[in-house]
Design a protein around this ligand. Structure first.
Ligand SMILES: C[S@@+](CC[C@H](N)C(=O)[O-])C[C@H]1O[C@@H](n2cnc3c(N)ncnc32)[C@H](O)[C@@H]1O
Length: 247
């Protein structure tokens, strides 16, 4: 069963494209007329009006949440794309490479079907340095997907390209792991927990116990004390990187 068939039920409600992140992707996709979005999920960050888009998504639960009028979506996986060589100007892959069982095979496929590859991914070291992981849920470090190829390794594998930081705003709209780095009480919300794959894959009882501890730390002011350095920041480096390779 595709992992998101199990954990992706409420994705469309908490995971919405954040325009500040979307700008980086739009710039990287500029000029591309035919775009394939691999691991497309519900369609966040897909170009609208500027390109003809085909989405690829293995999970039926995710495909079912695509909005009416979204780009057509094919059931397939990154490592075996059902397209001829060079079918697209650009292939995009947003926050999905870490879920691929064979990331390098998937990257080879992006390169085979498209002249440009635009990948939003994360540097595992920085990404898993979030206080939520090291202070409350270190078990996330052991999950499949916690150690994908680094952005530099991805660029190297694709023949070289640029790797740029994508900072995460303090009021990020896209509810991924880092979205609430300065809004700690959000992580107590079961809907938020369910839409972060690293939390959704952990045993529910363990998450509940650790969130009781987070709530107590928030009440007692301990979280604030420990995370003073974050409080006056408007954006942060959560390890998110945009890799752009090809033409
Ligand atoms: C965190 S979601 C990202 C979805 C979307 N790109 C976004 O930014 O909202 C990860 C997606 O990768 C998909 N996925 C998992 N394994 C995959 C694979 N082997 N090939 C392609 N997509 C995969 C999941 O089904 C899920 O929709």
């Amino acid at each position: 069963m595709a992992i998101y068939d199990r954990i992706g039920g409420g994705y469309a409600t908490t995971r919405r494209a954040d325009p500040r992140i979307g700008r980086h992707l739009a710039e990287a996709l500029a000029g591309a007329r035919r775009v394939v979005n691999v691991g497309a999920g519900t369609g966040s960050y897909e170009p609208e009006g500027t390109a003809q888009v085909v989405a690829v998504e293995p999970s039926a639960v995710m495909r079912a949440q695509r909005r009416t009028g979204a780009a057509p979506c094919v059931e397939a996986v990154a490592a075996d794309l059902p397209f001829a060589d060079g079918s697209f100007d650009a292939a995009m892959a947003v926050l999905t490479v870490h879920h691929w069982p064979d990331p390098l095979a998937g990257l080879d496929e992006l390169r085979r079907v498209a002249r440009r590859q635009v990948i939003l991914t994360f540097d595992p070291g920085a990404h898993l340095g979030l206080w939520l992981v090291h202070d409350y849920l270190p078990e996330m470090l052991e999950l499949a997907g916690s150690n994908p190829p680094t952005p530099t390794a991805i660029a190297d594998h694709l023949g070289g390209g640029s790797v740029r930081e994508v900072p995460i705003p303090a009021d990020c709209f896209d509810g991924f792991l880092w979205a609430y780095w300065r809004r700690p009480s959000a992580y107590l919300d079961p809907d938020v927990q369910a839409s972060i794959s690293g939390i959704a894959q952990l045993p529910a009882a363990l998450v509940a116990e650790r969130m009781v501890r987070l709530a107590a730390d928030l009440d007692a002011g301990r979280w604030r004390e420990r995370n003073q350095d974050l409080l006056d920041r408007d954006e942060v480096d959560g390890g998110f990187r945009l890799v752009v390779c090809g033409d």
